[in-house]
Ligand binder design. Structure first.
Ligand code: FES
Length: 208
């Protein structure tokens, strides 16, 4: 990933944290019924891939950290203990529409419609990090937030919430469909893709 792309992702991350703080400030301790209907004028996060055709993720592509101290480094099993998540890219294909949310949870928590053959035996799972509503970057929330007392994925732009244990189905907010799931596996103690996402990434024509 180029320095420019890396900087862009880091800026996006900071921007999301700022938005999240604002949202928390606005919402306070209100329940989901309030925040689900709240629309804030934040717009979408910049798509860094332009009009270039996305490079599909292939079986064997290694996942690397997209942000943080280990940005660009290959993700090993030990890097993500239980209840941790990170933004990631397939190595060599670091572009906006390939941004991944990778997380590690107790494997018994996962249920259909999660594609169970897409997760690893020890509970690593991965989804597109591009919100299906307007394409913002979805965030990993490991703790209780509002009325959701389990880990979930949250889009700070219009507060869509996705259920990590049920195929990233939409629990709240305007997102029209779940996040596509990425099949992953472990090879030589590192996390690798086992294929491409199982659905279209981000918003689609007609809002579907
Ligand atoms: S972009 Fe609107 S909820 Fe995610």
């Amino acid at each position: 990933m180029s320095e420019k792309d890396k900087k862009s992702i880091e800026e996006e991350s900071k921007s999301c944290i700022t938005r999240r703080s604002i949202i928390k400030g606005l919402i306070g301790t209100a329940g989901v019924g309030v925040f689900a209907g709240l629309t804030l004028p934040f717009g979408t996060i910049k798509n860094t891939s332009g009009k270039k055709k996305r490079q599909k993720i292939a079986k064997g592509d290694k996942l690397v950290f997209a942000v943080g101290d280990k940005a660009n480094q290959i993700i090993k099993v030990d890097d993500l203990p239980l209840h941790k998540g990170t933004l990631a890219y397939p190595k060599g294909k670091e572009e906006h529409h390939n941004l991944i949310l990778l997380f590690h949870s107790p494997v018994n928590n996962f249920q259909e419609p999660t594609k169970m053959d897409f997760i690893t035996k020890n509970g690593f799972a991965a989804y597109s990090a591009i919100c299906t509503h307007m394409g913002c970057t979805v965030e990993w929330y490991p703790h209780k937030q509002f009325s959701f007392d389990f880990p979930h994925l949250f889009c700070p732009c219009h507060q869509s919430v996705f259920d990590i244990f049920h195929g990233a189905k939409v629990l709240a907010g305007p997102a029209p469909r779940p996040l596509p799931q990425l099949p992953i596996m472990i090879s030589d103690n590192i996390i690798v893709a086992a294929g491409d996402f199982n659905g279209p990434i981000g918003p689609q024509p007609g809002g579907k």
